[in-house]
Unconditional design. Structure first.
Length: 281
């Protein structure tokens, strides 16, 4: 390993190209995005040919030598860089010394349907990238087989979304830009029950569990952080379900409600059909 950084100047063409990926239009044009920190880079390195390049400080390359080795083994080009270069590329206040350039991961909606998923999260008009990434992480943890971002939702590859998922971007298939009507109809045709999560829902999550209706393949629709789901979207669902508030809290935030709903379905499905296998990328 060289004793000095390989990339001395932030003006290097490769550094400039990586820096531009902080902007959505450049990400879309190049179909590349940034993954920062050891956890995200490790996941990217283990996901086929996803990791294209890795920028690392000398200190981080030594501390995370195993990750750098995995990146090289995966075919990624590894660049040693000084801290100024990493700070220039990174979108965080306190970079961790590793920044990866990755290929887009999203899959066609039809591919998700063909896999006959049993648990799906649909993000309809979710605009906050941190929330989107956290819901993706919750879906991954609950054993969901897919996530769908509708055409009115935030960019899957926004740096805040990637950070909030803590590597879950690389674990399960995600379809993007799907109109909510198309998503619902496709899932229904695939035998999936559609539940809309809404604080004003007529059905209670506890009651759904008690009635034993949640063991079937299920897709949860989660709406916008501020105004929830519009009436036309709720009307598409087989049921509109609220998470009961047993205490004095006014409501739950989007990611917390998503975690409760997804885990409720996962538990019901395990009880109905035994321990499910979890599809991983």
């Amino acid at each position: 390993m060289p004793a000095a950084p390989e990339l001395i100047s932030p003006k290097s063409p490769r550094v400039s190209a990586a820096r531009r990926l902080a902007k959505r239009n450049f990400r879309g044009k190049e179909r590349l995005f940034l993954a920062e920190g050891p956890q995200a880079v490790r996941e990217a390195a283990g996901h086929g040919k996803t990791l294209v390049e890795l920028f690392a400080t000398v200190d981080a390359a030594e501390r995370y030598a195993d990750i750098v080795g995995e990146a090289r083994d995966a075919g990624a080009r590894v660049h040693l860089a000084d801290e100024d270069v990493i700070a220039d590329i990174s979108t965080t206040v306190t970079p961790q010394g590793l920044v990866g350039v990755c290929r887009f991961l999203d899959v066609p909606f039809e591919e998700i349907l063909a896999a006959r998923p049993r648990l799906v999260a649909v993000l309809a008009n979710v605009r906050d990238p941190g929330n989107a990434g956290t819901v993706l992480r919750c879906a991954d943890a609950a054993g969901a087989e897919a996530v769908i971002l509708t055409d009115a939702s935030v960019d899957l590859y926004n740096p805040k979304s990637v950070r909030a998922s803590v590597g879950s971007h690389f674990h399960l298939p995600v379809a993007v830009g799907v109109p909510v009507e198309q998503a619902v109809q496709g899932l229904k045709d695939a035998g999936v029950r559609i539940l809309a999560a809404d604080g004003a829902g007529e059905d209670d999550l506890d009651a759904e569990l008690d009635q034993g209706t949640m063991g079937t393949p299920t897709a949860w629709i989660f709406g916008n952080e501020a105004w929830g789901l519009p009436e036309e979207t709720r009307a598409l669902a087989d049921a509109v379900v609220r998470v009961p508030i047993h205490g004095r809290a006014e409501s739950l935030n989007l990611a917390t409600a998503a975690a409760v709903c997804l885990y409720a379905s996962a538990r019901a499905q395990r009880a109905a059909g035994g321990c499910r296998s979890v599809t991983s990328s």
